[in-house]
Design a binder for this molecule. Sequence first.
Ligand code: SF4
Ligand code: F3S
Length: 370
Amino acid sequence: EVQLSVSKRGLFRRLFDETTTETTTCEWEDCLDDTLGDRLQAMGISRRGFMQFCAGMASLMALPPSMGPAMAATLLAMPAKPSVLYMSFQECTGCLESLVNSFPSTRANSTSIENLILNLISLDYQETLMAAAGEQAESWRNQLIQHPGYVLIVDGSIPVIRQNGVFLPSPYFVSGGQSGVERLRSAAENAGLVIAVGTCASFGGLPKADPNPTGAVSIGDLLVNLGLGSKPLINVSGCPPIAEVITGVILYYLTQGKAPELDNHHRPKMFYGETIHDECYRKEFFERELFAERFDDANARKGYCLLHLGCKGPVSHNACSTVKWNQGTSFPMQSGHGCLGCAEPDFWDLNLGSGKGFYVPLPPGSFEGD
Ligand code: SF4
Ligand code: F3S
């Protein structure tokens, strides 16, 4: 039986270890033809392994324990995979790399978590991953967006020309003969949900950093300007975002049929509700006022707090201290570097929390608990 008391930090390692090695014969008698249950059975994933996965995800998302079985039941009975379009604009492809390369296996029949997630959705369009190109790809995209209700995932910011408060198409981004503005408008109009993945899509990111030579704007700002501000939008910020956070948000939407509770930056509170500092294992040194003053001094070697070396953890909201990176292996402070605040608006302009530079300390008294 699943131990829901497992810490978030150890959760994903447990999920990987236990779900991926599960080989017992499963009982799927409750599943109807063409459901997710059938597909997972064909992959050799046991019911027990899947239940463990759902219970673990519920715990990670701070949902009540009863939600694990409820999520599993919803997913197993799901008759069709929701269609997902993933479109890229002004970006570096780091967000997609984070998603597809953060898991141990991408083999077609692997029973690892990433295939579990990819079997929950139908990733119908992704320029980097799909084999189709040119007119064939454009034709496919144009067909897909005729069917309302799909999930639109976007990474990258979009360049615009500002004219009397209106965002007009800019020649800095053109794909398939369409500007970024037109491309987003046509894809967003029929979308049931828009997920902006990465800090560029969520807040403008590096392209928007001063002096913003292309006139880049975030997906949220552009949707509002295009009159699509009522479209449900989730920002999954980070440079890049944590892969498990991206998949967790998708899973929540699939099982709950709605976006999770969001903060004032449209980020899901379940992953961005606490600061990096809140859960940082170096916090005991912070509270005892034990700080590293240089990256190579004796205090740094003792693992003391990195606040004086510019750590922005106290003003940065993300799940790095709990979920960590690379299947729970580590995160910036564990490798000896402070947080840069990569999931916050305008962090590339180096003035997050008025610490004016990546290595400039936050001013005394500038954050709660200081
Ligand atoms: Fe950790 Fe940075 Fe907070 Fe220090 S200031 S406890 S290193 S998050
Ligand atoms: Fe980004 Fe800070 Fe995490 S720089 S990766 S939010 S520790």
